[in-house]
Design a protein around this ligand. Structure first.
Ligand code: IMP
Ligand code: MG
Length: 179
């Protein structure tokens, strides 16, 4: 497969190393808690799989699938829940896992939705953070990497649903960006 990547931003080795560190940090800081890790599909699934295997705690796994209202819609941050959680999170210690936080609108909306369900606590873990485009302030307890203002693919992140299966995070060649 020829990927339209102009630059490898984060190598497979750097990803694995950082994910191991995040798992160890979460294990230390959440000691004694029975966590529910909630992943936002689909971008998160490689990160979630690797992260959880580096967390040495009691943990259950759940997923939400969401979609924004698509290109052209105003940046309201309102997202549609395509698949909701299987289990109640009332009284649970939640670890929300995201692939990338860009404007922050998606995360802000999901946090509000989940908080209304009365979890015992809520922590956020994001593999990537792109501060240059942030519109709303969101808490990030565990962060993998800051990335520059470039569209990225790989390790779960897509362009039109493709390239999720790259083993690294790559920056898209500018000529491949959607109009
Ligand atoms: P936000 O609401 O603007 O923070 O958008 C976050 C969501 O947009 C992420 O969960 C991704 O699904 C998607 N996204 C943002 N930037 C990128 C990127 O560079 N590559 C792929 N997906 C992205
Ligand atoms: Mg996403």
């Amino acid at each position: 497969m020829e990927a339209p990547v102009s630059q490898i931003l984060i190598s497979e080795e750097a990803l694995q190393q950082r994910v191991r560190e995040l798992g160890q940090q979460i294990t230390a800081e959440c000691a004694g808690l029975d966590l529910v890790a909630i992943g936002l599909l689909k971008g998160v699934f490689f990160f979630m799989a690797d992260l959880l295997r580096n967390i040495d705690l009691m943990v259950t796994i759940d997923f939400m699938a969401i979609s924004t209202y698509g290109p052209g819609s105003p940046d309201t941050g309102v997202v549609r829940i395509l698949k909701d959680l299987d289990e109640s999170i009332e009284g649970r210690h939640v670890l929300l896992v995201e692939d990338i936080i860009d404007t922050g609108l998606t995360l802000a909306y999901i946090l509000k939705t989940l908080r209304a369900r009365n979890p015992a606590s809520m922590r956020v873990c994001a593999l990537l953070n792109r501060p240059a485009r942030r519109l709303v302030d969101v808490p990030i307890d565990y962060k993998g990497f800051d990335v520059p203002d470039l569209f990225v693919v790989g390790y779960g992140l897509d362009l039109g649903q493709h390239y999720r299966n790259l083993r690294y995070i790559g920056a898209l060649a500018p000529e491949s960006l959607p109009q």
